[in-house]
Ligand binder design. Structure first.
Ligand code: GLY
Length: 291
């Protein structure tokens, strides 16, 4: 049994971008599936899927990330291996192309779990990650428009993520984001923090999208994983935490998750969350804008 699920962020999507976003998540799922099908591991599969989404300028991660209050892209990403509980993350990194790869390098080449800011960028350069500007003209134009109308508005974040189960029964999760548009410089969201927006164990893998401050406070991904470990289905576990988040914080989120048998959970409380998945004997990918 192998399985992959990816999402491209819960939130508000322009009608004109929905088809492109669905095509993007399908491509990302295919990239991850190819790794799994050729015998690769879950970690490599989620890495490949998230790279595809970071490189697609439609999504709020890597190239095309939203900009903070000062007009800079500060990126967060996290990755976790379920079999070892190894985890790595970067927060507030600037001028890198694929934050998920830097997060993975933190996991594999340091004794840290999280690196942040300028020192994380210095680590990335030391590790050979080239200087790269992820800011696109489209995001810059949107940032100007958002800044002009920002008073009182709660801007909806997007994020990308992937969960996978490999042929050896190992689960992994990876999540990457530009965070909230117009965020305070230095702000860190849930995506790089194990248990908040990203988590994996031997029995569950979870990637979440939504308002990071609330997910940090709920330990949302860990809560979902714990429910799955207690025998709940991924769909039911994700739906329960989504309901709690809406009740307690009034904050709609999106979640993708998997258990060790390849059962899939996909929920969102927003109007859309482009997502794609393939599991076990499915003969093709399923890709949708909304569930
Ligand atoms: N979930 C993405 C963020 O709030 O940063």
């Amino acid at each position: 049994m192998i399985a992959i699920v990816v999402h491209g962020g819960a939130g508000r999507w322009d009608e004109t971008e929905r088809d492109g976003a669905v095509a993007g998540v399908r491509c990302a799922a295919a990239a991850g599936w190819q790794v799994l099908e050729s015998g690769g591991g879950a970690l490599d599969a989620v890495t490949a899927a998230v790279i595809a989404l970071e490189d697609d300028p439609l999504f709020n991660a890597g190239t095309g990330s939203v900009l903070n209050a000062e007009g800079d892209a500060e990126l967060d990403a996290g990755i976790m291996a379920g079999d070892t509980l190894a985890a790595g993350g970067v927060a507030c990194v600037r001028r890198v192309r694929n934050p998920v790869l830097v997060a993975r390098r933190v996991m594999e080449a340091t004794d840290c779990v999280l690196l942040a800011g300028a020192e994380a960028v210095r680590f990335a350069r030391d590790q050979g990650f080239a200087d790269y500007d992820p800011v696109t003209g489209r995001r810059r134009a949107r940032w100007r428009a958002a800044r002009a109308r920002q008073a009182g508005e709660r801007l909806v974040p997007g994020t990308v993520g992937a969960v996978a189960l490999d042929g050896n029964g190992r689960l992994a999760a990876a999540t990457s984001t530009g965070g909230r548009e117009l965020k305070r410089p230095g702000r860190v969201g849930d995506s790089p923090v194990p248990g908040a927006g990203n988590y994996a164990t031997a029995q569950a893998a979870v990637s979440a999208t939504g308002w990071g401050e609330f997910m940090l406070r709920m330990a949302a991904a860990k809560t979902i994983a714990t429910r799955i470990e207690s025998g709940e289905s991924p769909q039911s576990a994700a739906a329960a935490v989504l309901e709690d988040m809406e009740r307690i914080f009034g904050a709609p989120i999106g979640v993708i998750c998997l258990d060790a048998r390849g059962a899939v959970g996909i929920v969102h409380g927003t109007e859309g969350m482009p997502h794609a998945w393939r599991s076990g004997g499915d003969d093709d990918f399923k890709a949708r804008f909304a569930t």
